[in-house]
Design a protein around this ligand. Structure first.
Ligand SMILES: [Fe+2]
Length: 328
C-alpha cells in the first residue's frame, strides 16, 4: 500500500485508476522534464508519457514515505481538543467546516488586523476586477490571470502576511489536526487572498483541483456568506453535499478529490476568501513560501520550494505548444 493510499484509503481498482491518471497528469504537467529527457531517446510519445509518469509517481511516493517517516520519528503536535474531531471528519468525508469564531480569537484578530486590513486597503486603491493580463513571474512564482473574470486578487502579499496565515493555522490547531490526518508535517505552499464578485456570466462550476498529490486546501471566508453570496459547495468522499454558509466559516478539504463549486454571487454581493494550500513537508522549519493567484501552476517538484523560479518555460505536452507556461 502506497503512502497515498495510507492517507486516503482506496480499493484496488481505485488505486490502479488513480495511478494511471496521476501518471498521465503528472507527465502532462512536467513537460520540461520530459523535454530534458530528450525526444531523441524516446520517439514513442506513449512510452515517454509512461516513463516520465512512472518517474513522477515514484518520486512522489519516495517523498511521501520520507515525509511520513520523519513525522513518525519526530515530535508530533497535538490537535487542540476543540477540533480533535477534524481528523475523523477529514478521514470520513475529506472535508471539515468550522467557524473561525469557535476557537483562537487572538489568531482571528491577528489575521483581521493584518491580512484582511491589507486586502481592504488594496481594494480601495485598485480598480475592481484587477487581474494580470498575462502570466508573470513574481517573487519566483508564476502568477496566472485569475481563472474567472469575477475574481480580484490581492497581489502584494508579503512573507510576513503569509506567516500570519501560518500562525493562524498553528494557533487554531488546524495544522496539528491535518498533520495527524496525513501523518506528515505540513508546509503551506500557496496563499491567495481574493474577492469573488458578480461580473459576467462565469461561475466556478463543479470541479476538482490539480494540486500536488497529498495537498489539502483551507479556505477562510470573511463575514456572512450564504448561497446567493457565492458560498462554496462541496461533495465529500461519500457523495454527501454541504454548503459552507454562515459567519467566518473555514473549510479544510481534499481539493484534489472532493468536488466543489461556487455559483456567482448575486448582484451587490461578494465573497472574500483567504486560501492556503498545504502539503507534506520534510523539514519542520519551513513555513509558507509562496503567495499568488493560482495554486496549481507554480508547483514544480523538481526544484526546491525555497529557490525562487528564474524563468518561464513553455509547456509542450507531446511536443505540441499549449500557450501555457511553467515556472522553473
Ligand atoms: Fe477548486
Amino acid at each position: 500500500m502506497s503512502g497515498y493510499e495510507r492517507a486516503h484509503g482506496s480499493n484496488a481498482i481505485g488505486r490502479v485508476l488513480r495511478a494511471a491518471f496521476q501518471a498521465v497528469g503528472l507527465a502532462h504537467y512536467y513537460a520540461p522534464l520530459r523535454e530534458s529527457l530528450g525526444r531523441d531517446k524516446m520517439h514513442n510519445p506513449l512510452l515517454r508519457v509512461a516513463f516520465t509518469g512512472m518517474i513522477d509517481f515514484v518520486l512522489h511516493e519516495i517523498y511521501w514515505i520520507m515525509a511520513s517517516a520523519s513525522y513518525r520519528l519526530g515530535r508530533r503536535p497535538r490537535p487542540a481538543p476543540a477540533i480533535a474531531g477534524m481528523i475523523d471528519q477529514l478521514t470520513r468525508s475529506g472535508h471539515a467546516v468550522y467557524s473561525a469564531r469557535e476557537f483562537a480569537p487572538e489568531a482571528v484578530k491577528a489575521l483581521e488586523e493584518g491580512l484582511w486590513r491589507a486586502f481592504d486597503a488594496f481594494q480601495d486603491r485598485t480598480p475592481y476586477g484587477y487581474r494580470p493580463k498575462a502570466p508573470v513571474l513574481w517573487k519566483g512564482m508564476l502568477c496566472y490571470p485569475a481563472v474567472s473574470e469575477n475574481q480580484v486578487h490581492y497581489d502584494a502579499i508579503s512573507q510576513k502576511e503569509c506567516e500570519l496565515v501560518w500562525d493562524f493555522l498553528e494557533e487554531t490547531g488546524c495544522r496539528a489536526a491535518l498533520e495527524a490526518r496525513l501523518k506528515s508535517r505540513l508546509s503551506g505552499f500557496n496563499v491567495r487572498v481574493w474577492r469573488y464578485f458578480p461580473r459576467g456570466a462565469s461561475s466556478v462550476r463543479l470541479h476538482r483541483d490539480n494540486l500536488p498529490p497529498h495537498a489539502f486546501k483551507m479556505m477562510y471566508f470573511r463575514g456572512e456568506v450564504d448561497e446567493v453570496g457565492g458560498a462554496l459547495k462541496v461533495r465529500g468522499y461519500g457523495g454527501e453535499e454541504r454548503t459552507v454558509e454562515g459567519r467566518d466559516q473555514i473549510i479544510i478539504f481534499d481539493a484534489n478529490r472532493v468536488y466543489h463549486e461556487s455559483r456567482n454571487p448575486a448582484p451587490g454581493r461578494h465573497r472574500d476568501c483567504i486560501e492556503v494550500c498545504l502539503m507534506p513537508e520534510l523539514s519542520p522549519s519551513r513555513r509558507v513560501q509562496y503567495s499568488g493567484f493560482e495554486a496549481e501552476h507554480p508547483y514544480n517538484p523538481f526544484k526546491s520550494w525555497q529557490v525562487p523560479a528564474r524563468e518561464l518555460v513553455p509547456l509542450r505536452p507531446f511536443g505540441r505548444p499549449t500557450g501555457r507556461l511553467i515556472a522553473v
